[in-house]
Design a protein around this ligand. Structure first.
Ligand SMILES: *Cc1c(COP(=O)(O)O)cnc(C)c1O
Length: 366
Protein backbone atom coordinates (compact mmCIF):
# COMPACT_ATOMS: atom_id res chain seq x y z
CA UNK A 1 0.00 0.00 0.00
CA UNK A 2 1.26 3.47 -0.86
CA UNK A 3 -0.75 6.49 0.06
CA UNK A 4 -1.12 9.17 -2.60
CA UNK A 5 -0.97 12.91 -2.06
CA UNK A 6 -4.62 13.89 -1.90
CA UNK A 7 -5.47 17.55 -2.67
CA UNK A 8 -9.23 17.20 -2.16
CA UNK A 9 -11.04 20.27 -0.81
CA UNK A 10 -13.10 18.08 1.52
CA UNK A 11 -13.55 15.51 2.79
CA UNK A 12 -9.80 15.81 2.73
CA UNK A 13 -6.57 14.06 3.55
CA UNK A 14 -5.98 13.11 7.18
CA UNK A 15 -2.65 12.61 8.98
CA UNK A 16 -1.43 9.08 8.37
CA UNK A 17 -0.62 8.41 12.08
CA UNK A 18 -4.24 9.24 12.91
CA UNK A 19 -5.59 6.70 10.43
CA UNK A 20 -3.07 4.11 11.62
CA UNK A 21 -4.08 4.58 15.25
CA UNK A 22 -7.79 4.44 14.39
CA UNK A 23 -7.15 1.20 12.50
CA UNK A 24 -5.26 -0.28 15.44
CA UNK A 25 -8.08 0.67 17.81
CA UNK A 26 -10.95 -0.29 15.49
CA UNK A 27 -11.89 -3.58 17.15
CA UNK A 28 -10.91 -2.84 20.73
CA UNK A 29 -10.44 0.67 22.06
CA UNK A 30 -7.70 0.51 24.68
CA UNK A 31 -8.77 -2.74 26.31
CA UNK A 32 -12.44 -1.79 26.57
CA UNK A 33 -13.44 -4.77 24.40
CA UNK A 34 -15.39 -2.41 22.10
CA UNK A 35 -14.73 -0.28 19.07
CA UNK A 36 -15.49 3.45 19.44
CA UNK A 37 -18.43 3.22 17.02
CA UNK A 38 -20.06 0.68 19.30
CA UNK A 39 -19.87 2.66 22.53
CA UNK A 40 -22.72 4.45 24.24
CA UNK A 41 -22.23 8.19 24.05
CA UNK A 42 -23.14 8.23 27.74
CA UNK A 43 -20.69 5.53 28.79
CA UNK A 44 -17.48 5.95 30.79
CA UNK A 45 -15.21 5.27 27.80
CA UNK A 46 -16.78 7.78 25.45
CA UNK A 47 -16.99 10.32 28.28
CA UNK A 48 -13.22 10.13 28.48
CA UNK A 49 -12.77 10.47 24.70
CA UNK A 50 -15.14 13.43 24.55
CA UNK A 51 -13.66 15.30 27.52
CA UNK A 52 -10.12 14.92 26.23
CA UNK A 53 -11.13 15.98 22.70
CA UNK A 54 -12.83 19.14 23.91
CA UNK A 55 -9.95 20.04 26.21
CA UNK A 56 -7.35 19.55 23.46
CA UNK A 57 -9.38 21.69 21.06
CA UNK A 58 -9.77 24.45 23.64
CA UNK A 59 -6.02 24.41 24.31
CA UNK A 60 -4.96 24.24 20.65
CA UNK A 61 -7.10 27.18 19.57
CA UNK A 62 -6.82 29.06 22.89
CA UNK A 63 -10.60 29.29 23.11
CA UNK A 64 -11.52 31.68 25.96
CA UNK A 65 -13.65 30.42 28.86
CA UNK A 66 -16.63 32.58 27.84
CA UNK A 67 -17.05 30.52 24.67
CA UNK A 68 -18.99 27.26 24.66
CA UNK A 69 -17.76 24.63 22.22
CA UNK A 70 -20.63 22.66 20.70
CA UNK A 71 -20.21 19.40 18.80
CA UNK A 72 -23.09 19.37 16.32
CA UNK A 73 -24.21 17.78 13.06
CA UNK A 74 -25.46 19.11 9.73
CA UNK A 75 -22.30 20.74 8.44
CA UNK A 76 -21.69 24.41 7.70
CA UNK A 77 -24.67 24.48 5.34
CA UNK A 78 -27.01 23.55 8.18
CA UNK A 79 -25.36 26.28 10.27
CA UNK A 80 -26.42 28.76 7.58
CA UNK A 81 -29.95 28.15 8.91
CA UNK A 82 -29.11 27.32 12.54
CA UNK A 83 -27.24 30.60 13.07
CA UNK A 84 -30.14 32.87 12.05
CA UNK A 85 -32.60 30.67 13.98
CA UNK A 86 -30.51 31.25 17.10
CA UNK A 87 -29.14 34.76 16.67
CA UNK A 88 -31.22 36.83 14.23
CA UNK A 89 -34.33 37.30 16.41
CA UNK A 90 -36.12 37.45 13.07
CA UNK A 91 -34.58 40.83 12.22
CA UNK A 92 -31.72 42.19 10.16
CA UNK A 93 -28.46 40.33 9.56
CA UNK A 94 -25.42 41.74 7.74
CA UNK A 95 -23.45 39.73 5.20
CA UNK A 96 -20.06 40.28 3.62
CA UNK A 97 -20.00 38.52 0.27
CA UNK A 98 -16.58 37.26 -0.74
CA UNK A 99 -17.33 34.07 -2.67
CA UNK A 100 -19.73 31.23 -3.21
CA UNK A 101 -19.98 30.10 0.43
CA UNK A 102 -20.84 33.53 1.80
CA UNK A 103 -23.41 33.94 -0.99
CA UNK A 104 -25.03 30.65 0.08
CA UNK A 105 -25.05 31.75 3.70
CA UNK A 106 -26.81 34.97 2.83
CA UNK A 107 -29.39 33.20 0.65
CA UNK A 108 -30.30 30.87 3.52
CA UNK A 109 -30.49 33.79 5.97
CA UNK A 110 -33.09 35.45 3.71
CA UNK A 111 -35.53 32.73 4.83
CA UNK A 112 -35.36 34.02 8.41
CA UNK A 113 -35.27 37.79 8.06
CA UNK A 114 -33.72 40.70 6.22
CA UNK A 115 -30.24 39.66 5.12
CA UNK A 116 -28.32 42.71 3.92
CA UNK A 117 -25.26 42.55 1.71
CA UNK A 118 -22.99 45.15 3.32
CA UNK A 119 -20.00 44.54 1.06
CA UNK A 120 -19.23 42.36 -1.90
CA UNK A 121 -16.18 41.59 -3.94
CA UNK A 122 -18.43 40.90 -6.91
CA UNK A 123 -19.64 44.50 -7.00
CA UNK A 124 -16.19 45.95 -7.64
CA UNK A 125 -15.98 44.29 -11.02
CA UNK A 126 -13.68 41.50 -9.87
CA UNK A 127 -14.38 38.36 -11.85
CA UNK A 128 -14.97 35.29 -9.73
CA UNK A 129 -14.43 36.85 -6.30
CA UNK A 130 -10.72 37.54 -6.26
CA UNK A 131 -10.40 40.41 -3.76
CA UNK A 132 -11.47 41.30 -0.22
CA UNK A 133 -13.54 44.44 0.39
CA UNK A 134 -11.78 46.53 3.08
CA UNK A 135 -13.78 46.57 6.35
CA UNK A 136 -13.74 50.39 6.35
CA UNK A 137 -15.91 50.28 3.20
CA UNK A 138 -18.57 47.93 4.64
CA UNK A 139 -21.99 49.57 4.85
CA UNK A 140 -22.96 48.02 8.20
CA UNK A 141 -26.57 48.26 9.36
CA UNK A 142 -27.35 50.07 12.59
CA UNK A 143 -29.66 47.28 13.79
CA UNK A 144 -28.11 44.01 12.60
CA UNK A 145 -28.11 41.15 15.08
CA UNK A 146 -24.79 39.92 13.65
CA UNK A 147 -22.31 40.40 10.81
CA UNK A 148 -21.46 37.25 8.86
CA UNK A 149 -18.21 36.56 7.05
CA UNK A 150 -16.66 33.47 5.49
CA UNK A 151 -13.07 33.76 6.63
CA UNK A 152 -11.77 31.32 4.02
CA UNK A 153 -13.66 30.90 0.75
CA UNK A 154 -12.81 27.29 -0.09
CA UNK A 155 -14.03 27.44 -3.69
CA UNK A 156 -12.62 30.82 -4.66
CA UNK A 157 -9.35 30.60 -2.71
CA UNK A 158 -9.89 33.90 -0.87
CA UNK A 159 -8.83 34.16 2.79
CA UNK A 160 -9.14 36.90 5.40
CA UNK A 161 -5.68 37.22 6.91
CA UNK A 162 -7.01 39.52 9.58
CA UNK A 163 -10.48 39.35 11.09
CA UNK A 164 -12.42 42.61 11.00
CA UNK A 165 -12.55 44.55 14.26
CA UNK A 166 -16.24 45.47 14.24
CA UNK A 167 -16.00 47.58 17.40
CA UNK A 168 -13.33 49.74 15.76
CA UNK A 169 -15.85 50.27 12.92
CA UNK A 170 -18.42 51.51 15.45
CA UNK A 171 -20.48 48.32 15.27
CA UNK A 172 -21.63 46.46 18.40
CA UNK A 173 -23.02 43.43 16.58
CA UNK A 174 -21.15 40.15 17.04
CA UNK A 175 -19.04 38.77 14.20
CA UNK A 176 -20.20 35.36 12.99
CA UNK A 177 -17.78 33.43 10.82
CA UNK A 178 -17.75 30.31 8.73
CA UNK A 179 -14.17 29.12 9.18
CA UNK A 180 -14.76 25.56 7.92
CA UNK A 181 -11.79 25.39 5.61
CA UNK A 182 -9.04 27.07 7.63
CA UNK A 183 -9.88 26.30 11.25
CA UNK A 184 -6.77 24.99 12.97
CA UNK A 185 -4.45 26.36 10.29
CA UNK A 186 -3.77 29.62 12.16
CA UNK A 187 -4.65 31.19 15.50
CA UNK A 188 -8.07 32.86 15.89
CA UNK A 189 -8.44 36.41 17.30
CA UNK A 190 -11.29 35.52 19.66
CA UNK A 191 -11.76 39.09 20.92
CA UNK A 192 -13.20 39.93 17.49
CA UNK A 193 -15.52 36.92 17.30
CA UNK A 194 -19.03 36.24 18.62
CA UNK A 195 -19.60 32.88 16.98
CA UNK A 196 -17.49 30.67 14.73
CA UNK A 197 -18.56 27.47 13.03
CA UNK A 198 -16.78 24.86 10.97
CA UNK A 199 -17.62 21.59 9.32
CA UNK A 200 -14.92 19.12 10.33
CA UNK A 201 -14.12 17.52 6.99
CA UNK A 202 -11.58 20.07 5.74
CA UNK A 203 -9.01 20.45 8.48
CA UNK A 204 -10.30 18.58 11.53
CA UNK A 205 -11.51 15.07 10.72
CA UNK A 206 -14.37 13.18 9.06
CA UNK A 207 -17.60 14.74 7.85
CA UNK A 208 -20.62 14.48 10.13
CA UNK A 209 -19.19 16.73 12.85
CA UNK A 210 -19.69 20.49 13.00
CA UNK A 211 -17.86 22.60 15.56
CA UNK A 212 -19.59 25.70 16.92
CA UNK A 213 -17.82 28.17 19.21
CA UNK A 214 -20.35 30.55 20.70
CA UNK A 215 -19.93 33.35 23.23
CA UNK A 216 -22.20 32.60 26.17
CA UNK A 217 -24.03 35.93 26.08
CA UNK A 218 -25.40 35.04 22.61
CA UNK A 219 -27.24 31.94 23.89
CA UNK A 220 -30.94 31.82 24.67
CA UNK A 221 -32.54 33.79 21.84
CA UNK A 222 -33.59 31.00 19.48
CA UNK A 223 -36.72 31.57 17.40
CA UNK A 224 -39.70 29.49 18.62
CA UNK A 225 -39.62 27.15 15.63
CA UNK A 226 -35.91 26.32 16.03
CA UNK A 227 -35.57 22.55 16.49
CA UNK A 228 -34.38 21.71 20.02
CA UNK A 229 -31.43 19.76 18.64
CA UNK A 230 -30.30 22.97 16.88
CA UNK A 231 -30.95 25.37 19.74
CA UNK A 232 -27.46 26.34 20.90
CA UNK A 233 -28.68 26.91 24.48
CA UNK A 234 -30.15 23.40 24.61
CA UNK A 235 -27.06 21.83 23.04
CA UNK A 236 -24.79 23.76 25.45
CA UNK A 237 -26.88 22.91 28.52
CA UNK A 238 -26.60 19.23 27.60
CA UNK A 239 -22.87 19.25 26.92
CA UNK A 240 -23.49 18.46 23.20
CA UNK A 241 -25.38 15.30 24.27
CA UNK A 242 -28.98 16.48 23.85
CA UNK A 243 -29.06 14.10 20.90
CA UNK A 244 -26.46 11.47 20.09
CA UNK A 245 -23.40 13.31 18.78
CA UNK A 246 -21.33 11.93 15.86
CA UNK A 247 -19.21 9.84 18.19
CA UNK A 248 -16.76 8.32 15.71
CA UNK A 249 -16.08 11.67 14.01
CA UNK A 250 -15.43 13.20 17.44
CA UNK A 251 -12.99 10.41 18.27
CA UNK A 252 -11.07 10.93 15.00
CA UNK A 253 -11.06 14.70 15.55
CA UNK A 254 -9.55 13.99 18.99
CA UNK A 255 -6.76 11.97 17.38
CA UNK A 256 -6.17 14.83 14.91
CA UNK A 257 -5.94 17.30 17.83
CA UNK A 258 -3.31 15.07 19.46
CA UNK A 259 -1.41 15.00 16.17
CA UNK A 260 -1.67 18.81 15.90
CA UNK A 261 -0.28 19.22 19.41
CA UNK A 262 2.59 16.86 18.54
CA UNK A 263 3.36 19.04 15.49
CA UNK A 264 3.97 21.96 17.85
CA UNK A 265 0.42 23.34 17.93
CA UNK A 266 -1.37 25.86 15.75
CA UNK A 267 1.44 28.43 15.62
CA UNK A 268 3.88 25.82 14.29
CA UNK A 269 1.30 24.51 11.82
CA UNK A 270 0.71 28.07 10.62
CA UNK A 271 4.41 28.48 9.82
CA UNK A 272 4.38 25.22 7.85
CA UNK A 273 1.20 26.29 6.04
CA UNK A 274 2.84 29.58 5.04
CA UNK A 275 5.85 27.64 3.73
CA UNK A 276 3.66 25.27 1.68
CA UNK A 277 1.47 28.04 0.27
CA UNK A 278 4.48 30.19 -0.63
CA UNK A 279 6.07 27.29 -2.48
CA UNK A 280 2.94 26.70 -4.56
CA UNK A 281 2.10 30.36 -5.27
CA UNK A 282 5.74 31.06 -6.21
CA UNK A 283 5.63 28.15 -8.66
CA UNK A 284 2.46 29.60 -10.21
CA UNK A 285 3.60 33.24 -10.29
CA UNK A 286 7.09 32.31 -11.47
CA UNK A 287 5.78 30.57 -14.57
CA UNK A 288 4.25 32.07 -17.69
CA UNK A 289 2.13 28.92 -17.89
CA UNK A 290 0.04 28.81 -14.68
CA UNK A 291 -2.16 31.59 -13.32
CA UNK A 292 -3.94 32.34 -10.06
CA UNK A 293 -6.40 35.25 -10.26
CA UNK A 294 -6.74 36.12 -6.58
CA UNK A 295 -5.22 39.39 -5.32
CA UNK A 296 -2.04 38.57 -3.41
CA UNK A 297 -3.22 39.90 -0.05
CA UNK A 298 -6.43 37.86 -0.31
CA UNK A 299 -4.92 34.53 -1.34
CA UNK A 300 -5.83 31.49 0.70
CA UNK A 301 -3.11 29.40 2.31
CA UNK A 302 -5.44 26.41 2.24
CA UNK A 303 -7.14 26.37 -1.17
CA UNK A 304 -5.22 27.37 -4.27
CA UNK A 305 -7.22 27.55 -7.52
CA UNK A 306 -5.10 27.83 -10.65
CA UNK A 307 -5.49 27.77 -14.40
CA UNK A 308 -3.74 26.45 -17.50
CA UNK A 309 -3.21 28.51 -20.66
CA UNK A 310 -5.38 26.23 -22.81
CA UNK A 311 -8.60 24.38 -21.91
CA UNK A 312 -7.45 21.32 -23.83
CA UNK A 313 -4.63 20.80 -21.33
CA UNK A 314 -6.79 20.05 -18.27
CA UNK A 315 -7.49 16.41 -19.12
CA UNK A 316 -3.81 15.54 -19.74
CA UNK A 317 -2.76 17.53 -16.64
CA UNK A 318 -5.14 15.61 -14.41
CA UNK A 319 -4.31 12.23 -15.98
CA UNK A 320 -0.57 12.86 -15.56
CA UNK A 321 -1.10 14.04 -11.99
CA UNK A 322 -2.92 10.82 -11.17
CA UNK A 323 -0.01 8.81 -12.61
CA UNK A 324 2.23 10.73 -10.21
CA UNK A 325 -0.21 9.86 -7.38
CA UNK A 326 -1.34 13.49 -7.05
CA UNK A 327 -5.11 13.20 -6.61
CA UNK A 328 -8.30 15.32 -6.69
CA UNK A 329 -6.83 18.44 -8.30
CA UNK A 330 -9.85 19.29 -10.45
CA UNK A 331 -11.24 22.75 -9.71
CA UNK A 332 -14.75 23.36 -8.40
CA UNK A 333 -17.26 23.38 -11.26
CA UNK A 334 -18.25 27.01 -10.65
CA UNK A 335 -14.67 28.31 -10.97
CA UNK A 336 -13.21 25.70 -13.29
CA UNK A 337 -9.51 25.06 -13.71
CA UNK A 338 -7.56 23.28 -11.01
CA UNK A 339 -7.48 23.56 -7.24
CA UNK A 340 -4.96 22.25 -4.75
CA UNK A 341 -6.20 22.14 -1.16
CA UNK A 342 -3.22 22.02 1.16
CA UNK A 343 -4.63 21.68 4.65
CA UNK A 344 -2.64 20.95 7.82
CA UNK A 345 -2.40 17.24 7.00
CA UNK A 346 -0.79 17.83 3.58
CA UNK A 347 2.96 17.45 4.14
CA UNK A 348 5.47 19.83 2.54
CA UNK A 349 6.67 16.84 0.50
CA UNK A 350 3.22 16.66 -1.13
CA UNK A 351 3.40 20.28 -2.26
CA UNK A 352 6.98 19.72 -3.46
CA UNK A 353 5.81 16.73 -5.51
CA UNK A 354 3.00 18.81 -7.01
CA UNK A 355 5.32 21.70 -7.90
CA UNK A 356 7.83 19.31 -9.50
CA UNK A 357 5.05 17.77 -11.60
CA UNK A 358 3.77 21.23 -12.57
CA UNK A 359 7.26 22.24 -13.80
CA UNK A 360 7.60 19.08 -15.87
CA UNK A 361 4.11 19.52 -17.34
CA UNK A 362 4.74 23.17 -18.23
CA UNK A 363 8.02 22.24 -19.95
CA UNK A 364 6.31 19.60 -22.03
CA UNK A 365 3.29 21.71 -22.98
CA UNK A 366 4.48 25.32 -22.66
C1 LIG B 1 -17.19 22.85 2.77
C2 LIG B 1 -17.74 24.14 3.19
C3 LIG B 1 -19.10 24.30 3.47
C4 LIG B 1 -20.10 23.19 3.31
O1 LIG B 1 -20.02 22.30 4.33
P1 LIG B 1 -21.11 21.10 4.47
O2 LIG B 1 -20.46 20.20 5.45
O3 LIG B 1 -21.30 20.49 3.13
O4 LIG B 1 -22.35 21.68 5.01
C5 LIG B 1 -19.53 25.55 3.88
N1 LIG B 1 -18.68 26.57 4.03
C6 LIG B 1 -17.36 26.45 3.75
C7 LIG B 1 -16.46 27.62 3.93
C8 LIG B 1 -16.86 25.23 3.33
O5 LIG B 1 -15.54 25.11 3.07
Amino acid sequence: MTRAYNFSAGPATLPEPVLAQAAAEMLDWRGSGMGVMEMSHRGREFDEIFARTELRLRELLAVPAEFKILFMQGGAIAENAIVPMNLSRGGVTDHVVTGLWSIKTRQEALRYGEAHIVASNAADGAANHTTLPAPATWRLSANASYVHVCSNETINGVEMHELPDLRALGCDAPLVMDCSSHIGSRPIEWTRVGLAYAGAQKNIGPSGLTLVFVREDLLGHALPFCPSAFDYAVVAANGSMYNTPPTYSIYIAGLVFEWMAAQGGVAALEQRNIEKATLLYDAIDGSAFYTNRVAREARSRMNVPFFLPDDRLYAPFLAGAEEHRLLQLKGHKSVGGLRASIYNAMPLAGVQALVTYMREFAQRHG
